[in-house]
Design a protein around this ligand. Structure first.
Ligand code: SAM
Length: 250
């Protein structure tokens, strides 16, 4: 592993896995299973193992976006992986894309988008959330995502930069749809995440009114299976409603 790289340490305890995020540095990492000398991680490849001073063995793993979703420090509700999948697939996000995104929040969507796209510029209006998001992105090892403090509506209103996709997860998204149009390249996608159906409808109508085509709104349902000796069936605890996704193409 490289200096300053984030590492996922995974260990097994009583038939369960425990996971921790740490950084390759000269410092010690402390947990209930003992002390891990993170300096030793420099000589270990991802997939290798390291042992704490109490003899507990940990797998050394390079974290992926779902690990950051589970373990990153949150400032609010991050977008769920099921919705991220819809955004990436329906808008065709790819490695040549420049993406404008807001609000950054905990930076979870920015991490997923940064793992796929060429460049992501993410705006967060709350200064106190920006530092946490930057720390999460740095832990994710992404240098192609820039978090800026500011109002995305002002940025889009200026219309001085152009993007392949704009992804909005902000409160008053319907009012900002018309400005998004002037910051998108022809053929680019606007994606808006709306927790409420009234907001989704307003976004849809604004997008049609602003001249976008191929406007459609969807909700993605996810149902996990519970597997046991007795039988396999949908898990009683499941992800309920999260939000609606509106896609509009310039
Ligand atoms: C639900 S959170 C976004 C979560 C994020 N998608 C994630 O996956 O972590 C919404 C965020 O948008 C920010 N926000 C609201 N209006 C904004 C605006 N006009 N420009 C930039 N950020 C905004 C809020 O401060 C909040 O942190």
């Amino acid at each position: 592993m490289k200096e300053n790289e984030t590492v996922l340490l995974r260990t097994r305890h009583k038939d369960k896995f425990r996971e921790y995020l740490t950084t390759v540095s000269g410092k010690q990492f402390h947990c209930e299973f003992g002390i891990v000398e993170t300096a030793e991680l420099r000589d270990i490849e991802p997939g290798g193992t390291i042992v704490s001073h109490m003899g507990q063995q940990f797998s050394v793993i390079r974290p992926r976006a779902p690990d950051m979703f589970r373990l990153a420090k949150r400032t609010g509700a991050p977008i769920m992986p099921k919705d991220v999948g819809q955004i990436i697939s329906h808008a065709g996000i790819n490695s040549s894309d420049r993406i404008l995104e807001a609000g950054t929040g905990s930076g979870v969507l920015a991490i997923y988008l940064g793992s796929v796209a060429k460049e992501v510029i993410s705006y967060e209006i709350r200064e106190d959330f920006v530092e946490n998001a930057r720390a999460n992105l740095s832990m994710a090892g992404l240098s192609n995502v820039e978090v800026r403090c500011g109002d995305i509506v002002d940025v889009m209103r200026q219309g001085t930069d152009f993007f392949d996709a704009i992804v909005l997860d902000i409160k008053d998204s319907a009012e900002s749809v018309k400005y998004a149009c002037s910051s998108l390249l022809d053929g680019g996608f606007l994606v808006v995440y709306s927790p409420f159906i009234e907001q989704a409808k307003a976004v849809y109508l604004e997008a049609v009114g602003a001249g976008f085509y191929s406007v459609h709104t969807l909700e993605c349902m996810e149902r996990e299976l519970s597997v046991s000796e007795r039988g396999t069936r949908p898990a009683p605890a499941r992800v309920g409603h999260t939000g609606y996704l509106t896609f509009a193409r310039k």
